[in-house]
Design a protein around this ligand. Structure first.
Ligand code: FAD
Ligand code: SF4
Ligand code: SF4
Length: 473
């Protein structure tokens, strides 16, 4: 059997537009890939999915051309399948566990999940219209209108993947769920951080709408800790809370020159480009000032997103400056490969020491030092050791700092008695419960910057724990 193929848009289009790069599977290729699945008795892929999707079964349904059944099966466990199919680090999760991985050709589970989710958004609508009078057909769970919520009110704070998932699970269980989001759109990092060319906004809008259709009441432009406090909500009758506010405060290197003009934090840069649509300026109001030579400090997904956005904004020379080697880069392998194809250069084993600026405080370059790899550090990766006398200057006009984030204290500082860990993240027990019994939490505000799927996993566990907590009351 021929290998199933995934096409990408052309390199020329990739450099000039924000269009999604990967086209995913068409039906022929999805069927070919699904039929490659061995339907193993033990199905180790199942344990590889933190959201608990019945991987083996949804693949069987796709292979039998029952795409409606496949998406319904996926949505029993994951309310954000089109998102996860695109950005989940599947090569380290379900696909790592797939038995065919031993032969170096695991089933492309993420792409199949994406296929089923995208099918629902296109062909699925036609299917549902044609099959609405056929009770035997498996129609995907896209409920219209609200269920009949119980009178128990639950507040979810933050509409990122954690908040959306927790809200969906509790709404499915029949609770009266209210989801509060500080920004003007739901999605969290999915909407303001991850660019259109990896995750189109329409995908998040559709999946958020699905969650609202489950009966979740969404309030945008609503900052808990400012607009209202948790205590205000308690007085209004809310009986439990889930905090999923992410870790949106940027980290800096604390090197000289970081306050020069044209030095951005990744958060600001990506929010301007993605959420405020700077790439469509002057159609939209928010410009992003960018020069001809841009360096991104860091090598995670965030850094690569900044680099690839810069390229699409017309920058001629985009480089990643990273203190370790390519092997240690935390970004997804697929995205590193995409960036390389697009012409992004890497300064590896290099650390910035000082950002240089002219008399008007505009960036002119960065003084760097070369490293070699030493002993492994607490992350298990070999640590960079500066090489004496190896300093050099890289000329630049724009710098984006993408070295991670911290917890934002805005909400948590308004909750007396809430225990935080040493790094300022919310401390939880094995039931995802904080030091305050009616407050549960999950996602980046607990883990620090992590992954969409880890946020989903914790949110699902927290929803289960909230149900138990409320049933004991
Ligand atoms: P968030 O997504 O940060 O959502 C938190 C939400 O809470 C936000 O909408 C915020 O506005 C809202 N909020 C904050 N404070 C308040 C308040 N006081 N009141 C109301 N609302 C509030 N992970 C992957 O798995 N794969 C990837 O490819 C990937 N790429 C990434 C690229 C970028 C650029 C970034 C920044 C992250 C990436 N990640 C990726 C990480 C992933 O997106 C996060 O781990 C995940 O979004 C965390 O989910 P969350 O719901 O905990 O937080
Ligand atoms: Fe794999 Fe992620 Fe989908 Fe789970 S959610 S099946 S881990 S791609
Ligand atoms: Fe199919 Fe791989 Fe799961 Fe086996 S482990 S059932 S081959 S996806």
């Amino acid at each position: 059997m021929n290998d199933a193929k995934i096409t990408k848009i052309s390199l020329a289009e990739r450099k000039a537009t924000f269009k999604e790069v990967s086209c995913g599977f068409d039906e022929d290729n999805a069927l070919r890939e699904a039929k490659r699945c061995l339907q193993c008795k033990t199905a180790p892929c199942l344990k590889g999915c933190p959201a608990g999707i019945d991987v083996k079964e949804f693949i069987r349904l796709i292979a039998g051309k029952d795409h409606a059944g496949a998406i319904a099966k996926i949505k029993e466990s994951n309310s954000l399948p089109a998102v996860c199919g695109r950005v989940c680090p599947q090569e380290e999760q379900c696909q790592l566990a797939c038995v065919l991985n031993k032969k170096g050709c695991p089933i492309k589970i993420g792409y199949l999940e994406r296929f089923a989710a995208d099918w629902e958004l296109t062909a699925g609508i036609k299917y549902k219209t044609e099959n609405k009078n056929n009770p035997s057909s498996l129609i995907p769970a896209l409920p219209a209108g609200r269920h009949h919520p119980s009178s128990i009110k639950i507040a979810i704070i933050g509409a990122g993947p954690a908040g959306l998932t927790c809200a969906a699970d509790l709404a499915k269980a029949g609770f009266d769920v209210h989801l509060f989001e500080a920004l003007h759109k739901p999605g969290g990092v999915l909407i303001y951080g991850i660019p259109e060319f990896r995750l189109p906004k329409i995908i998040i809008q559709n999946e958020s709408r699905y969650i609202q259709n489950l009966g979740v009441n969404l309030y945008t432009d609503y900052v808990i800790g400012r607009t209202k406090t948790i205590d205000d909500l308690r007085k209004e009758g809310f009986r439990a809370f889930f905090i999923g506010v992410g870790a949106g405060s940027p980290k800096f290197l604390n090197i000289p020159g970081e306050n020069a003009n044209n030095v951005y934090s990744a958060n600001e840069f990506l929010t301007r480009v993605n959420l405020m649509k700077a790439y469509k300026f002057p159609q939209y109001d928010t410009p992003v000032k960018i020069g001809k030579k841009v360096a991104i400090f860091g090598a995670g997904n965030v850094a690569f997103d900044c680099a690839r956005c810069s390229l699409r904004l017309g920058v001629e020379d985009v480089r990643i400056i990273y203190r370790r080697t390519r092997t240690e880069m935390p970004a997804r392998a697929e995205e590193i490969e995409n960036a390389e194809q697009e012409g992004i250069s890497f300064d590896l084993l290099t650390s910035p020491r000082e950002i240089l600026a002219d008399e008007n405080k505009n960036v002119t370059g960065v003084r760097c030092i070369r490293n070699e790899l030493g002993e492994p550090d607490s992350s298990g990766r070999r640590s960079p050791v500066p090489v004496a006398g190896s300093e050099f200057i890289r000329e630049l006009d724009t710098v984006v700092i993408a070295i991670g984030t911290n917890a934002n204290p805005l909400l948590i500082s308004t909750i007396p008695g809430l225990k935080l860990n040493k790094k300022g993240y919310i401390e939880i027990n094995e039931n995802l419960q904080s030091s305050i019994p009616d407050i549960f939490s999950g996602g980046d505000i607990v883990n620090g910057s992590a992954t969409v799927i880890s946020a989903i996993q914790q949110a699902r566990a927290a929803a289960g724990a909230i149900k138990k907590y409320l049933s004991g009351k």
